[in-house]
Structures are given as structure tokens and as C-alpha cells.
Design a protein around this ligand. Structure first.
Ligand SMILES: [Zn+2]
Length: 502
């Protein structure tokens, strides 16, 4: 599927949208049962729940499955009836849109460009949020849904001002412009706009300031309390938000606060920065961090706060991000990458359980990009990075494999660069290229993580994002549009089309 038009609007004008058309979206229609309708969904989508595993590539899903459910098992997301792949590339600053003159792709995206792609239907440069590659403001699906009377929610384990959640409810030239205060260094980008913008321009207004004042999301749950200040709290309360904890006093909200929360609009941030990894909470049960809700609890509560309260019978649009998959992949921390995949998949289950009961909910599970070239290698083997020399061609008998120059004399392990199998903290050693090993649901009970006997051997290629396509799973009416290969900008058309808001 290729887009031929882009959704663009002049600065400040969220209403004038050139409708983005999805050309060639005629994938084979799936049967009702293949869509997960169970005969109860008449094809009308009332609610959309959009779940993003940040940095979650295809191998992250496979490794999570093997770790927790075994080779023959399935993560909850994998039980969803419609599967496909999403291309994620970004563009250079100043680039035109795909298919136009002056189109300059950048094959590896960041979370900001990717979030803008599905939130607003345009390709943009890395670091841009809610603006296209020329710096022009573009409306977001969540803004359009809100305007049409839908209830809206935005949930993340990152700071709520971080790229993925911010992409739906702010417009800035640079993702670093999070707040609480404006700075030219973090907010301006004269390379895009030609000259510095006046400081009252929305596109250089800190994300936290925008979120606290624009009312784009009715329910806001996540981290990043330190991005907000007393004036933001005042602005939130003036709009009728129930504020859990307090930005003014920098008091974090707790899971107990969330459980008791009521009201049409709820704002709750549970950490001054990103939320805490599951392992740290488990190992420090008396800490303040252990009081943070997990992603599944935030998802369940957000659904209950949003459900059945839309104007004129309208439903809701909820975005949920499992952010720490990406953050632990950047750190090459396989143990916590796996645990965060499980926590994200538990949130997927919460969304699916609701959708199956409701019958009018489209659930989409995907990622913004792959992170760190995560790989499952053969048990007992080692990577090129650990080798004294690159591997020798071990299949030289096949003429198709006889390349020139040949890679002779390799396939030996370099002891100085291989300290053995590691998990977690060992990945901090720059000399340590060794794979991390994990027991799986298939291993005998006495097999331990980090042992040579554990059957899941994991490595990383780098500490950065890669350009690999990411998987997409969906359930409910309209899922057939997400079978096969699509682009991340197509997701704007699919969601706004399902909600009938474009
Ligand atoms: Zn990342």
C-alpha cells in the first residue's frame, strides 16, 4: 500500500484536512471469524485501542513467546486473528512526502517520527512530533477523535511527554522540548523553519505545557511528573481533570490512587521520570516505585474510565505504550527486555478481554521500530562480534556461497572479547559480546537463567534502532486492512477511517 496524498493542515488549523486516501487497501476481505468478530461485531467500530510495544521487533515477540510460553505457545498478541508487517522509515528534514519530488527517506526511524506517522499520516524527520518534514503542523488522530466527540486516553510507561505518547497530543519541532520550561536549544530548529520561531508559536512550546492545556486526552497515565509544574496543575484542574498526586508539589501518584480514581478526566503520573522496570519493583517491594501500577492495570483502568461516556453514543480511542521494551533494548539488557515484553503482552490481554466482551472494539498491536537488532542464536554458538576473525565460509561446497574474497581462518572465539554468557548487568561491559541465555517454558525445571543449559540464547547487534519492519496484530472489524505489508502512515488512515473522523 502506498499513500498518494498526505494529511496536511496549515499551522493552527486543525480542521482543514486534506483527506488522506488509502489507495490499494483492497486486501482480501477476511471472514467475520477471521477478524475475531465471533459473529457479535456488525462491522461498526465504536472503540479503538492502539497498543505500541516501543522497539518491539519480530524477534522480540519470538523470544518473549519462547521465554514465557515455550516454542509451541503464543503470546496474547499472537492469538489475534490478523497479522501483518509495517514499514517504519522516516525522512530527512525538509523532505517531501513519498511519491512527491524531493522525497528523501531515512531508513531508520526514531520514536518521534514513527509516532507522527501513525498519529498524523505523514512522514517526518527524526525528533519531529506533530509536524511534517517541513515543520508544518499536522492534526493528530486523537485530536480528530476528540473533536468528533470520542473519549480519548493516552497511557505509557515512559514520561508522558516522551515521543510516543506526545505524538498524539502535541506539536513540536524537536522531541527534546518536553518542559517544564522553554529553552531555545531544546525547542528551536532553524534548519527546518529557516529562522527561530517566536516563543509563543505552538511548535516551540514545551510538550508538557501543551498536554496540560489542550485537553486532547481525557485520561493521561504514565511517568514524567518532573516535566509539569504548579501552573500546569492549575490548568489541568481548571479543565476538570482529577489530578492524582501533584505536579505542584512533585508528589507522584500511586497505583492505589489510580484504583480509586473517578471522573471523566483523569491525570496521573506515577514517577518523576520513566516508570520503573518490573524487576526493580519486584525486588524492592517496599519502595515508592513498587507502588506504581503496571501497564495492564493502567490499561484496564483507562478503559473503565473511558467506556460508555462518549458524546452522541461515540466510543473511545485509547493509545497504550509499553516503552521499556525499547529502553532496555538500547541498554542491551535482554533479561529486562523480555520481562517488559511480558508486561506489555499482559496489557494486550486486558485490551483483548474488553474487546471480546464489547464486540465493537478494534484492537491494534504493533511497534514503532525495532531496537538493537535483537537476535536468537543457536544454543552453544557465538556471534561475529565475539570472534577473533569473522567466521570462515562453512558451506563452501555450495557454489552459490563461494564469495570473493573468501573469509578464511575465522570461526574462532576471541577469549578477550568473550567473557561467557551473561544476563542483565554484564551487558554494560563494552568488551562483553557474549550472548545472554534464558530458561524457557520448554526447559527442565532445574535449568537456570544464565547457564549454558538454558535453551534461549539472545544477542544484540547494536544499541540503536534498526530499519527492520515491525509486526502488527489486530482484532475486530477492519482488521483485514492490516494484513500483509503496510506503511506506518497507513495506520492513520485505518484508525481515522474506523472512527469515521476524517
Ligand atoms: Zn529507542
Amino acid at each position: 500500500m502506498k499513500r498518494t496524498t498526505s494529511a496536511l493542515a496549515a499551522t493552527g488549523a486543525l480542521v482543514a484536512i486534506v483527506a488522506a486516501s488509502l489507495v490499494g487497501a483492497a486486501a482480501a476481505p477476511a471472514s467475520a471469524s477471521a477478524n475475531g468478530n465471533d459473529g457479535r461485531n456488525d462491522g461498526r467500530v465504536k472503540n479503538v485501542i492502539y497498543l505500541v510495544g516501543d522497539g518491539m521487533g519480530r524477534t522480540h515477540v519470538s523470544a518473549g513467546r519462547e521465554r514465557y510460553y515455550g516454542a509451541d505457545g503464543r503470546l496474547n498478541m499472537e492469538t489475534m486473528p490478523s497479522h501483518g508487517y509495517v514499514s517504519t522509515y522516516a525522512v530527512q528534514k525538509g523532505s517531501a512526502q513519498p511519491g512527491e519530488d524531493g522525497f528523501e527517506p531515512n531508513y531508520v526511524t526514531d520514536s518521534a517520527s514513527a509516532a507522527t506517522a501513525w498519529s498524523s499520516g505523514v512522514k517526518t524527520y527524526n525528533a519531529a512530533l506533530g509536524v511534517d518534514a517541513k515543520g508544518t503542523l499536522v492534526p493528530t488522530a486523537m485530536e480528530l477523535a476528540k473533536k468528533a466527540g470520542y473519549r480519548t486516553g493516552n497511557v505509557s510507561t515512559a514520561e508522558i511527554t516522551d515521543a510516543t505518547p506526545a505524538g498524539q497530543m502535541s506539536h513540536v519541532l524537536a522531541r527534546g522540548c518536553q518542559g517544564p520550561v522553554y529553552s531555545a536549544k531544546s525547542c528551536q530548529d532553524a534548519e527546518v523553519t529557516g529562522a527561530e520561531l517566536p516563543t509563543d508559536d505552538l511548535r516551540v512550546t514545551p510538550v508538557a505545557k501543551q498536554i496540560a492545556r489542550n485537553g486532547t486526552a481525557d485520561v493521561i497515565l504514565g511517568g514524567g511528573l518532573s516535566r509539569f509544574d504548579a501552573a500546569d496543575e492549575k490548568a489541568l484542574r481548571a479543565q476538570g481533570y482529577t489530578v492524582l498526586g501533584s505536579p505542584a508539589s512533585q508528589t507522584v501518584a500511586t497505583g492505589a490512587d489510580l484504583a480509586g480514581a473517578k471522573g471523566d478526566k483523569v491525570f496521573g503520573l506515577f514517577n518523576q521520570g520513566n516508570l520503573t522496570i518490573e524487576k526493580a519493583k519486584r525486588e524492592n517491594p517496599q519502595s515508592i516505585q513498587a507502588k506504581e501500577p503496571n501497564l495492564a492495570a493502567m490499561t484496564t483502568k483507562a478503559i473503565s474510565l473511558l467506556e460508555g461516556k462518549g458524546k452522541k453514543g461515540k466510543g473511545f480511542y485509547l493509545q497504550v505504550e509499553g516503552a521499556l521494551i525499547d529502553k532496555r533494548s538500547h541498554a542491551n539488557d535482554a533479561a529486562q527486555t523480555l520481562e517488559e515484553i511480558k508486561a506489555f503482552d499482559d496489557a494486550v490481554k486486558a485490551a483483548l478481554d474488553f474487546a471480546k466482551k464489547d464486540g465493537h472494539t478494534l484492537v491494534i498491536v504493533t511497534a514503532d521500530h525495532e531496537c538493537a537488532g535483537f537476535n536468537i542464536i543457536e544454543k552453544g554458538s557465538f556471534t561475529n562480534a565475539e570472534a577473533a576473525n569473522p567466521p570462515v565460509n562453512v558451506d563452501g561446497g555450495n557454489t552459490a556461497n563461494n564469495s570473493t574474497p573468501s573469509r578464511a581462518g575465522g570461526n574462532t572465539k576471541d577469549a578477550s572479547r568473550s567473557t561467557g554468557i551473561v544476563n542483565g548487568a554484564g551487558s554494560n561491559d563494552p568488551h562483553n559480546f557474549a550472548p545472554a541465555t534464558f530458561r524457557t517454558a520448554d526447559d527442565p525445571k532445574d535449568v537456570k537463567d544464565g547457564s549454558p543449559e538454558a535453551s534461549l540464547w539472545l544477542t544484540y547487534l547494536s544499541g540503536n534502532h534498526t530499519g527492520a519492519d515491525v509486526p502488527i496484530y489486530s482484532y475486530g472489524a477492519g482488521s483485514d486492512k492490516m494484513q500483509g505489508s503496510i506503511d506506518n502512515t497507513d495506520l492513520f488512515d485505518i484508525v481515522t477511517g474506523a472512527l469515521r473522523v476524517r
